[in-house]
Design a protein around this ligand. Sequence first.
Ligand SMILES: [Zn+2]
Length: 215
Amino acid sequence: MRWFQLTLLGLALAGPARGEDIVDVLRRSQQVRLDAMPLAADGPRADTVRRSFAQLRHALPADVAVELRVVSGGTLAETLHGRIVVANESLADLPEGARLFVLAHELGHVASDHWQQMGAVYRHWVPGEVTPQTTDPVANQLGREASATSHRQEFEADAYALRVLRTLGRPSEDAFAVFRSSTLQQDTATHPGTRKRIASLRAAQAGVISGSDAE
Ligand SMILES: [Zn+2]
């Protein structure tokens, strides 16, 4: 989720409308992002992404609201509004295991209520109306906590995806394939770097294996 950087940027550039609270501002920022992403044309690539998503959807309880939007640009995959998974049609070009991992990671954000958690972090620091007077003094602390929360959520979504892949009978190595095939990323405000994500996945994998041994 790269949205809080964008949101902070949005706050600085556009400014909130009068009376908006911080979650309204976040929501508006996500909608702007969503509207800017071009929908993919119907065809075999979009169908491949939809099929993988449908396969994973069964891992979620039926009452969890989630929607898939296949796009042709703007992102590889991300979750907006806590329930709209945006997936690039280029995911169709990945090996199936890697594609399933990326999509399952996004479903992990949905299933774990990450959007609501992040909203609560923002609201804790900016409880009322959004104005420079209410945001400027807490921007650093809010930024730090939002960043730490986002990193934790990334690790959680990775671990979730690993579990889902195992329930589908996929080898754990599918989970690592994505990181191996892309360039090494450093930490960003929202995402832990590749090495940390692999280390966290390894720990989750060890937990899953020792957990199943104990049964
Ligand atoms: Zn994520």
